[in-house]
Design a protein around this ligand. Structure first.
Ligand SMILES: *[C@@H]1O[C@H](CO)[C@@H](O)[C@H](O)[C@H]1NC(C)=O
Ligand SMILES: *[C@@H]1O[C@H](CO)[C@@H](O)[C@H](O)[C@H]1NC(C)=O
Ligand SMILES: *[C@@H]1O[C@H](CO)[C@@H](O)[C@H](O)[C@H]1NC(C)=O
Ligand SMILES: *[C@@H]1O[C@H](CO)[C@@H](O)[C@H](O)[C@H]1NC(C)=O
Length: 958
């Protein structure tokens, strides 16, 4: 009996210890190989049983891996041929990992079961392997927004089951391949509904053979390529077409007359080509909503009467098309009409929008025509009419509303759901349901919406509902979505910022993010049809539940180098040799106090607070040791001559950065105290703030707010995966300029930073810029606010950013910071380090500059990820300001306050509100310096929030 129990126990034990791994061995080995070359794989990827122990992003059927979905995981590395061993793999989605790079392995063609290959917005490069054409089950192929080069492999024509083909936004060249007797081509894709090839460098003619009546295509998007020749008449055979974009090519010749046989087409763009012949007659295209034929060379013609028969038309764009005569007033009675843009034509007579009720009409832009009168009718005041540069506005004394160009920019943001926005700590954001959380963010881009009135919020409400329905349908843990800042980019895509908030907790886990990413990357989410084809560009998610964020040291160096600890003391002492001597003497006298310079503060506590310390808290060594997990290596996020910087988490969940001085760079206690007093007075939204310090057990540490998105330098170099488009760059420049202006003009004593550079400008969750590292800072002796005198010092700074005048004269003024800031502005424009391959950015820009030319002739120098496809509004002014900052003579440079004003003006010109996400500088400074006769040992919330009570939820996410 006893032995039987023993046997039973032994058997049971063996079973527990050796439960066979569920996962097929080949599959495990393939995943392990991927894991070994990727950085930032999910922490759940441990052990040898991906299926049994449920590795995040991996799905199995029986023992075989069938799906890999890892959208927005921050993966870094390349895709190796090992992937081909996953012979049962059906879905591979690695979208939104902009640090996945290198070529796609040809062995990917061995994945015979693959149905979905989705690699949106990574940084893959090299040719698209033609082996992809031998994936018989492939249904979704999305390679858009990468860096693929070479031509479209003809073999893709073999993909019998292909439904979705998106190759847009790469650098593909060559012809669009069609079949010959011996080779396949895209004309064979008779089951494919989507050809998305826009924003490449495809050239040659659009082959007539590409289209045939047997096709089921609904979207043909060839915009912004280098296509030549004429539009083939075979296009008119594809009756299923709904969206046709051929704009921004060099297509010539007449538009085939059978184009109006495409009666299902809803959006059609033929603009920006060199089309000739008569304006095509589109009678019969009754579903046409959006028509753009601008900038072609059509024969001059009267405004055609058949326009008035297009009953679905919302938008007519006919800029520079030689239209003449009068616009018939019955045209404006089209009940869906929203926008008429017929700039730069020969339209004449009197503009009369007729007597019928103006339905949705919101804009009539007839600039640069020959219109001599305007009939005012009731209701017309709701419509934006622009008649600038017409005779009717050229009469002297005309001050009519229609003789100026109104600024319109929708500032929509999903309204709050009957609640009051929460004031969230540091980087969390208040959701539409007023819960603080870390949302998943990204851009929704619609390639051909059917509407143009961006001020009609109905559209966004509809879209929000449809997103939520889709997330619910797929049982994703989503609480709410926020859509904001709808805008058209220059390719006329409709762009919206999307924030997806987690349900039930304040952050998503890995599965949540990869599932939401997949719903958006795989087109599982179908927006209402009036939005047309879309794609999503997700950001990397940084706040996974149950994980300390960004535990890879390499990808986070310099996340926070808040400041000091090191050399600044010396500089403080340089305030004056006399002062130094005086201090030395005092120190000798007060040996006891030196042993504990904080003794005085401590005794002050009992008599009611310490005015010199504004919200900085005294941490014990034990506390910081605990918060940083014993200063563990995984929390080590950067190091330098002064020591190391560690990430830590306060019991409140707040992230902090701890700068720990190492032995050799330790300061004397008094200097350390002086430094803390100085830094604790610096309170500004755009300056990294000191939360506390530790002077305990012989250690000196400074505790800063944690700034999650790393430095501007890292983002410009592509390291963080954050795309800095033009508007974001403007906002970063404004934030940094405000921070610096504050140090110069409002801090007391004023501070010269001395080491302004892109690696000392950190970006927070909402990409607000924060000036960091006053390691070389120089407080000015003259305490008169705003009046800085110069100080002679030993020259310090960083090559490439250093003011040449300061270098030569050793006379430091605030204008030296202005110079460095000018270099940072040029860095923002070019994406280049100030000195790269022996070239100095200041000289490069000055040499190339030609103010008479487009983009000041700087097109070649501009950073390609600035969004060259968008209108770079205000770029010329930005260049002007930057060049003023880097003038040889300090006296010719503007003050930082002036720079702030200039950048604010540029943002306003670009139609954006420069104050959208910031409270006034001086107010936040004053707030921080008043009400703070506070106890320094009490954790002060003020230290985290300088937004002056501005509801954080309303802050623009840009
Ligand atoms: C347009 O379509 C109709 C039938 O759908 C066909 O009879 C006609 O030939 C087509 N016209 C052209 C010019 O292709
Ligand atoms: C345009 O086409 C329609 C029908 O095909 C025809 O009735 C009309 O006369 C044409 N208009 C012009 C201006 O050619
Ligand atoms: C408008 O232009 C048309 C064609 O260019 C011309 O025939 C007509 O006389 C003009 N009408 C007016 C009122 O100028
Ligand atoms: C807004 O759009 C909706 C849906 O298209 C439409 O019904 C409504 O009339 C529009 N409102 C305005 C003011 O244009």
């Amino acid at each position: 009996m006893g032995s039987r129990i023993l046997v039973f126990l032994v058997v049971a034990l063996i079973q527990v210890c050796t439960t066979p791994a569920v996962t097929n061995n080949d599959d495990f080995n393939a995943l392990k190989a991927l894991k070994d070359i990727w950085e930032n794989v999910p922490p759940s990827w441990v052990g040898s049983d991906p299926c049994g122990s449920r590795w995040d992003g991996i799905l199995c059927t029986n023992s075989r891996v069938t799906s890999i979905t890892l959208a927005s995981m921050g993966l870094k590395g390349t895709l190796s041929g090992d992937i081909s061993n996953l012979s049962e793999l059906q879905i591979l989605d690695l979208s939104y990992n902009p640090e996945l790079s290198g070529p796609l392995p040809p062995a990917i063609g061995d994945l015979k079961k693959l149905t979905s290959l989705i690699l949106v917005s990574c940084r893959f490069s090299g040719p698209i392997p033609d082996t992809i054409g031998s994936l018989p089950q492939l249904t979704y192929l999305s390679l858009n927004s990468n860096g693929f080069t070479g031509s479209i492999p003809p073999s893709l024509g073999n993909l019998d089951k292909l439904y979705w083909l998106d190759l847009a936004d790469n650098r593909l060249t060559g012809n669009i391949p069609v079949s010959t007797g011996t080779t396949p081509g895209l004309d064979l894709l008779v089951h494919t509904k989507h050809f998305h090839f826009g924003f490449n460098q495809l050239s040659g003619h659009i082959p007539p053979k590409l289209f045939s009546s047997g096709m089921v295509l609904i979207h043909v998007l060839l915009e912004s390529n280098k296509l030549t020749g004429s539009i083939p008449s075979t296009l008119g055979l594809v009756k299923s077409l709904e969206v046709v974009r051929l704009d921004n090519n060099s297509l010539a010749g007449p538009v085939p007359s059978n184009i109006n046989n495409l009666t299902s087409v809803s959006e059609m763009y033929l603009s920006n080509n060199v089309l000739t012949g008569p304006l095509p007659n589109l009678t019969g295209m009754d579903l046409l909503t959006y028509l753009d034929m601008s900038n072609n060379s059509f024969e001059a013609t009267d405004f055609p009467p058949w326009f008035s028969t297009l009953q679905s038309l919302t938008t007519l764009v006919m800029e520079t098309t030689q239209l003449q005569g009068q616009i018939p007033s019955d045209f404006f009675s089209l009940s869906n009409l929203q926008t008429v843009d017929a700039r730069n034509n020969q339209l004449n007579g009197t503009l009369d929008i007729g007597t019928s009720t103006i339905n949705q009409l919101s804009l009539i832009d007839l600039r640069k025509n020959k219109i001599s009168g305007f009939t005012n009718r009731p209701g017309v005041e709701k419509v934006g009419v622009i008649l600038v540069d017409n005779p009717v506005c050229q009469e002297t004394g005309v001050t009519e509303r229609y003789c100026s160009v109104p600024q319109t920019e929708s500032s929509y943001s999903t309204p709050l759901n009957n609640c009051v926005a929460s004031l969230c700590f540091a980087n969390q954001i208040s959701s539409p349901n007023c819960k603080c959380a870390f949302p998943y963010t990204g851009l929704l881009k619609f390639r051909a919406p059917s509407f143009s009135n961006l001020e009609n919020n109905t559209y966004y409400t509809v879209l929000e509902k449809s997103l939520m329905n889709s997330f619910k349908l797929h049982q994703l843990p989503v609480d709410s979505v926020n859509l904001s800042h709808p805008r058209k980019d220059s390719s006329t895509y409709l762009v919206l910022n999307l924030q997806v908030f987690p349900f039930g907790q304040d952050r998503f886990n890995r599965t949540g993010i990869s599932s939401i990413g997949f719903v958006l990357s795989n087109q599982t989410f179908k927006p209402p049809s009036l939005f047309g084809p879309f794609f999503f560009i997700g950001d990397a998610y940084l706040n996974f539940a149950g994980e300390v964020t960004g535990s890879k040291k390499s990808s986070n160096t310099g996340v926070i180098i808040g400041a000091v600890a090191g050399g600044s003391v010396l500089l403080l002492l340089l305030l004056g040799a006399g002062l130094y001597a005086h201090r030395q003497k005092k120190r000798a006298e007060k040996a006891t106090e030196q042993n504990n310079p904080f003794a005085q503060w401590e005794s002050n506590m009992s008599i009611g607070g310490v005015p010199q310390l504004k919200g900085a808290r005294n941490f014990s060594f034990e506390e910081l040791r605990k918060y940083s997990n014993n200063f563990s290596e995984t929390n080590d996020i950067g190091s330098g001559g002064y020591g190391n910087v560690y990430r830590g988490v306060l019991p409140t969940g707040e992230l902090i950065a701890i700068k720990r001085a190492q032995q050799g760079s330790m300061q004397g206690g008094l200097e350390f105290k002086t430094e803390i007093e100085l830094l604790s007075r610096v309170h500004h939204k755009n300056v990294v703030s000191l939360l506390g310090f530790c002077f305990d057990r012989g250690e000196q540490m400074l505790v800063y707010e944690f700034v999650p998105n790393g430095s501007l330098m890292e983002s410009l170099s592509g390291k963080t995966g954050i795309r800095l488009d033009w508007v974001r760059r403007l906002k970063v420049a404004l934030g940094a300029a405000r921070g610096l202006a504050y140090l110069h003009e409002l801090a007391n004593p004023p501070i010269i930073h001395r080491d302004i550079k892109s690696s000392n400008i950190l970006l927070d969750e909402r990409l607000n810029a924060k000036v960091a590292d006053f390691g070389l800072s120089k407080p000015m002796g003259d305490s008169e606010k705003g009046h800085l005198t110069h100080v002679t010092t030993q020259v310090k700074g960083t090559m490439g950013y250093m003011d040449p005048e300061y270098y030569m004269t050793q006379q430091l003024t605030e204008k030296s910071d202005v110079y460095s800031f000018g270099v940072v502005m040029l860095e923002l424009l070019t994406g280049k380090r100030p000195i790269e391959k022996g070239k100095y950015v200041v000289r490069e820009v000055k040499t190339a500059l030609d103010r008479a030319k487009y983009l000041y002739n700087l097109g070649e120098l501009l950073d390609s990820s600035i969004g060259l496809d968008t209108t770079l509004k205000g770029l010329d002014k930005f260049v002007d300001v930057a060049l003023k900052c880097v003038e040889e003579n300090g006296s010719d440079r503007p003050t930082m306050g002036e720079v702030v004003k200039e950048i604010e003006n540029i943002l306003q010109l670009a139609g954006l509100n420069p104050n959208a996400d910031s409270a006034s500088t001086s107010a936040s400074y004053d707030d921080a310096s008043k009400g703070n006769a506070k106890h320094p040992y009490i954790f002060s919330k003020d230290a985290f929030d300088y937004s002056g009570g501005f509801p954080v939820a309303k802050v623009e996410p840009l």
